[in-house]
Design a protein around this ligand. Structure first.
Ligand code: HCA
Ligand code: CU
Length: 378
């Protein structure tokens, strides 16, 4: 299992731009790419140069920023697109072509045989033009494609001996972890090439599918900050980090985890959206403990109810106390924080008072503090 060797292909500047409210200026792309580079992602994928003149110019700008991350661009399986992309000086090309019956019918109209021929021609052309470029070939809508079609296409491409990586894409977010495992495992076994997974989140499996891909031997996972992308997006960077950290913190030790809150806040700000309360690691309630029993245990040892340590991400845990589920341990801790000396019976009495009032409406922290101070005679 190459989990300690996996790499992130960060696609906020490609898939992320396909999110409803995303449209990045050059300065914003530089800021995002710079922060992702500082975080330590291995590759940054950018919108095709064919998309617009500014998209093309921005690839050149990011390439010349001299980041550690390799800069890739994402193109259709066309020679013209490839030439435009190569001209920008990018380090890698991610080439994609649809293989599902739906895309064959409504997108390019090619048969599987024609797909194999086109892919062979375009990929060979790219390799002739750029012997050292990182070259990836993906099928779009892999998980609604026929397995026999996929194998024909991937094996033919692998046989060319010129691509560095094969990609599988759950374009519509329909795949389940076992299916992802199955396809990735076959590609790893049959081709020995690096394998990349790109997964949409329409049915909530994007993170689990990425983890399954890694377990099956995938080497690269596509992410975007906050998971932004077409519709409701793809595997979020923070979610992937949370998933892998909880398997073994060593898997993500190569990244500067303390930058995750800044990355999420930056994209939320640029896209004009809040960070969801339920977001992995950076959601407002990700490290918030409420029920008295939880609070008591967390105060004794945070690991009782925390699988991620907030301090590893530059964050702090919070104990909510002004509500009817509160417990006296939470109030005791609060009193100590305020420097108040109260015996346990008094703290218990204040706790009962908080519960009684909170039955009408939750109390703000300053209201709880006032009750504690009153009990201490202040
Ligand atoms: C799309 C394309 C893609 C490509 C993924 C890839 C997808 O925007 O529809 O090249 O790996 O989800 O299939 O993002
Ligand atoms: Cu996608």
């Amino acid at each position: 299992m190459p989990l300690n060797q996996f790499a992130i292909i960060e696609s906020t500047l490609r898939e992320g731009e396909q999110f409803s409210t995303a449209s990045f200026s050059t300065a914003q792309k530089l800021e995002i790419a710079g922060l992702l580079d500082a975080f330590g992602v291995e590759m940054i994928e950018m919108t095709s140069p064919v998309a617009s003149p500014q998209s093309e110019a921005d690839i050149r700008t990011i390439v010349s920023a001299g980041l550690n991350a390799r800069i890739l661009t994402h193109i259709r399986c066309h020679k013209d697109d490839a030439l435009r992309a190569l001209d920008t000086g990018v380090h890698g090309l991610d080439v994609v072509i649809g293989t599902s019956p739906q895309l064959i019918q409504h997108s390019h109209g090619k048969s599987i045989r024609q797909i194999v021929d086109t892919a062979s021609e375009v990929l060979s052309f790219i390799r002739e033009q750029a012997p050292d470029i990182i070259l990836r070939f993906s099928t779009e809508d892999t998980f609604r494609s026929r397995e026999s079609d996929l194998l024909r296409v991937y094996l033919a491409v692998a046989d060319l001996g010129i691509v560095n990586r094969l990609g599988v894409a759950d374009t519509v977010g329909v795949a389940q972890p076992l299916q992802v495992y199955h396809i990735v495992h076959q590609l790893v076994r049959l081709t020995m090439l690096d394998v990349e997974f790109h997964g949409h989140n329409d049915s909530g499996c994007a993170i689990a599918n990425a983890a399954a891909a890694l377990e099956a031997g995938a080497t690269h996972i596509d992410t975007t900050i906050l998971g932004i992308g077409e519709r409701n997006g793809i595997t979020p960077l923070g979610g992937l980090i949370a998933r892998l950290y909880t398997l073994d913190r060593a898997y993500v030790a190569k990244y500067d985890l303390g930058l995750l809150p800044r990355l999420d806040a930056l994209i939320a700000d640029i896209c004009g959206i809040p960070i969801p309360f339920s977001n992995y690691i950076t959601g407002a309630s990700a490290f918030m403990h409420k029920a008295g029993i939880h609070a008591k245990a967390v105060l004794a040892d945070p690991a009782t109810y925390e699988i991620l340590r907030p301090e590893d991400f530059g964050l702090t845990r919070e104990i909510a106390i002004g509500h009817r589920l509160t417990g006296w341990n939470s109030l005791k801790e609060r009193a100590q924080k305020l420097g108040l000396i109260l015996d346990d019976d008094t703290v218990r009495a204040v706790t009962q008072e908080v519960k009684r009032r909170a039955d009408t409406a939750p109390l703000a922290l300053h209201e709880v503090d006032a009750l504690l101070q009153q009990a201490a005679g202040i």
